[in-house]
Design a binder for this molecule. Structure first.
Ligand code: PXL
Length: 285
């Protein structure tokens, strides 16, 4: 018995620019879930900064897993995010295989706004499909969904039937639950959309549009969604919680006109996660 739910978070830690572990740890901790970080790299600042120094920790991943196996350590969830190399994908696959009963969450971090991040080569993007194949839940943004489906990034809006077809095609790559963020639907506005293959249900949550974009937004969304699912919420409630908290943070950060690289000003918002929120903003897609 772990007492509280326990997540192994396989992500980098970046000093400047809130993202990956500096978002995952506070968010899940505030939700009452223990995070055991498996740092994949240490960066002075995330890769969106014009300069950063980085120490790769790929060779730490396998010994860390072996240690956990020797200790018979249990995890309720294995959660992977930004990865720095193809070898790190191999180690994530080993983690997932070592914990077949854990919830497997893959945030297939590869890019945003129609473009892959600087460190994501075509090979690395191609191999992300191997993680997606073993996941229970995946949370691509629209750019990452397009990369996984080998489709062009949709400029402008997409129709509800195209959105449903993308969700179903992504679920055919493996995961039971697929959630796509930042989807501009033709019938009105930005949405988070989700599909549960287990009961064939489609959901959408509308986001208020804010004319800004901050690093670590996807990390925040997936962390809240993961915490919510681990606590037993239904998919639409988990999507609602993740969307509402992320939107609150985007609006707070926007009000201070911070530079996008600094990430979301989550520190003052964390108490929202510890309270009980009435949530019912979802509808069927
Ligand atoms: O939020 C994704 C992310 C995580 N970690 C690092 C990044 C990025 C996106 O740029 O650079 C190091």
């Amino acid at each position: 018995m772990t007492g509280c739910r326990r997540v192994a978070a396989i992500q980098d830690i970046s000093g400047l620019g809130r993202c990956s572990l500096t978002v995952v740890i506070p968010v899940l901790s505030a939700m009452g879930i223990q995070v055991c970080p498996v740092p994949t790299a240490v960066l002075s600042a995330h890769t969106g900064y014009s300069e950063f120094v980085m120490r790769d920790l790929t060779d730490f991943m396998k010994p860390a897993l072996e240690h956990y196996r020797r200790m018979n350590t249990e995890f309720d969830c294995i959660y992977s995010g930004f990865l720095a190399s193809s070898e790190q994908i191999d180690h994530c696959l080993e983690f997932f295989a070592a914990y077949p009963d854990a919830l497997k969450v893959v945030d297939p971090v590869m890019g945003d706004d129609g473009k892959a991040y600087a460190t994501y080569t075509d090979e690395l993007c191609g191999r992300m499909g191997e993680l997606v194949a073993v996941a229970d839940i995946i949370t691509p943004n629209l750019t990452e969904a397009a990369i996984l489906l080998k489709e062009p990034y949709p400029i402008g809006t997409i129709t509800t039937s195209q959105a449903k077809s993308w969700l179903v095609r992504l679920s055919e790559q493996g995961a039971r639950i697929v959630v796509i963020t930042s989807v501009n639907l033709a019938d009105g506005g930005m949405h988070t959309i989700g599909y549960d293959k287990g009961n064939n249900s489609f959901w959408k949550i509308k986001n208020d549009y804010v004319p800004a974009h901050y690093s670590g937004t996807g990390d925040m969304f997936t962390s809240v969604l993961t915490g919510s699912v681990l606590k037993g919420d239904s998919l639409p409630i988990a999507m609602n919680r993740a969307t509402a908290f992320t939107e609150l943070n985007v609006k707070t950060t926007y009000s201070y006109q911070k530079h996008w690289t600094e990430g979301l000003m989550l520190e003052s918002q964390l108490p929202w996660l510890t309270g009980y929120q009435e949530l019912g903003d979802y509808t069927n897609l």
